[in-house]
Design a protein around this ligand. Structure first.
Ligand SMILES: *Cc1c(COP(=O)(O)O)cnc(C)c1O
Length: 415
């Protein structure tokens, strides 16, 4: 047992693996207490977009902390929240007229599901069936786990998870089977379909084509099944566009955003909803209000960070930086294409992934061996099973990105 009382997430303390201490971070670099400079090649678990300690976001947080740190959000409002909501309305799909705040990706999903169920109840035709995509991940709370893939991560809780109908993942050759299954499930009546657009992150950086996303949306629209886009990971430019949904030219009925919403500096989430969903809850009757809140809903400091993120998107060449990173990722990945152990090379926007050898599953011992190798070489990469992916902050320098890929190439040879 180590001296620290901390119980870390997704960490088996029984393995006694070292837990490095980080002292500060800047751009794409983490500086550890023992003076190592580690490249953050996974954006600190997919959250950091513009880079660590972006001066505008850091300043916004400091300024807001002195002015108004926290205020109840039931029946009250404040300027940073209004600014974020207006900013989101300006750049997100036009049908998403309502912004509901929460604190994490998982809660944004819980809120989305509760909104969908409330919508059907208040329309007087209650529906409870939720459709999900195979290999999906939507968070670690009970509701979010219920709509995600079942496996080693949630075996202990499985009897408590509610039933959903799982639509097979659209592997390239099997997209028709996916669409047919979705069509059948929709025909039987469902409240909503929840999906990660274009890239299933925790499921192993599994990718599918925009045309399939577009068709899935069309099927749901045809049957009046609400379409929930969980863009918690894919949002904020990760897939090359602000939202992955843009590439399919679709607008969801409900949209979940978190991770990059504050540039990755501080927790905040929103669930955006279309007007009919808000309208279904709108009445002089208090029993129809939306029953969801948490203590820190729309915390002003977090909202100030999100407002700064929106200003960065408006005023800095973020889209150019993303386009440039997409190109560099493509080139670096292509250079690994001939390696005999690198398989299933894939890229969606700023996200690049490959499999090492044949599939072994999340708990295979290849992942921890790779993890250790990357750590020893001062690169933060965290393989999913035998899938190695690179998802850096958009500010990562050429030299830094090249070093990441040199270490991956050596890992392919040595681990
Ligand atoms: C990370 C993630 C979540 C959960 O977000 P948390 O902030 O970790 O609760 C939900 N959905 C997707 C697609 C994610 O990648």
């Amino acid at each position: 047992m180590s001296g620290s009382p901390i119980w870390h997430p997704f960490t088996q303390h029984g393995l006694g693996e070292p837990i490095p201490q980080v002292e500060r971070a800047e751009g794409a670099i983490l500086v550890t207490a023992d003076g190592r400079r580690v490249i953050d090649a996974i954006s600190s678990w997919w959250v950091t977009t513009h880079g660590h300690a972006h001066p505008r976001i850091a300043a916004a947080i400091a300024r807001q902390a002195e002015r108004l740190d926290q205020i109840i959000f039931a029946g009250w409002t404040h300027e940073p929240a209004e600014e974020v909501a207006a900013g989101l309305r300006a750049i997100m799909p036009g049908n998403l007229t309502r912004v509901f705040f929460s604190d994490s990706g998982s809660t944004s999903v819980e809120v989305a599901l509760k909104m969908a169920l409330g919508y059907w109840l208040h329309r007087g035709e209650p529906r409870h069936r939720i459709l999900v995509l195979e290999h999906g991940y939507h968070g670690d709370t009970i509701g979010a786990m219920s709509v995600g893939a079942r496996g080693a991560f949630n075996r202990a809780y499985e009897p408590l998870l509610f039933d959903v109908e799982t639509i097979p993942f659209p592997h390239d050759a099997a997209a028709r089977a996916t669409l047919d299954a979705l069509e059948r499930a929709c025909r039987q009546g469902a409240a909503a379909f929840i999906v990660e657009p274009l890239v299933l992150g925790a499921g192993g950086m599994l990718t599918y084509r925009p045309a399939v996303l577009r068709e899935m949306h069309a099927i749901c629209a045809r049957h009046g099944v609400l379409f929930i886009a969980d863009e918690v990971m894919t949002g904020w430019g990760r897939t090359g566009t602000l939202l992955a949904c843009e590439q399919a030219d679709i607008a969801p009925d409900i949209l979940c955003l978190s991770k990059g919403l504050t540039g990755g500096a501080i927790p905040l989430a929103v669930t955006m909803a279309s007007e009919p969903i808000f309208a279904a809850h709108y009445a002089p009757d208090r029993a129809r209000m939306f029953f969801h809140s948490s203590s820190y809903t729309a915390n002003p400091i977090a909202c100030a960070a999100a407002a700064a993120n929106l200003a960065i998107w408006r005023e800095e060449p973020v889209r150019e930086r993303i386009a440039d990173l997409c190109r560099r990722q493509g080139e670096a990945l292509a250079a690994l294409a001939d390696h005999p152990r690198a398989t299933a090379l894939r890229q969606v926007g700023t996200i690049a992934a490959l499999d090492v050898g044949a599939a072994e599953g999340y708990l295979s011992d290849l992942a921890p061996r790779l993890l250790r190798f990357f750590a020893e070489n001062d690169v933060l990469l965290r393989p999913l099973g035998n899938t190695v992916y690179v998802m850096p902050p958009y500010c990562i320098g050429d030299d830094e990105l090249q070093r990441v890929y040199r270490v991956i190439a050596r890992a392919l040879d040595e681990v």
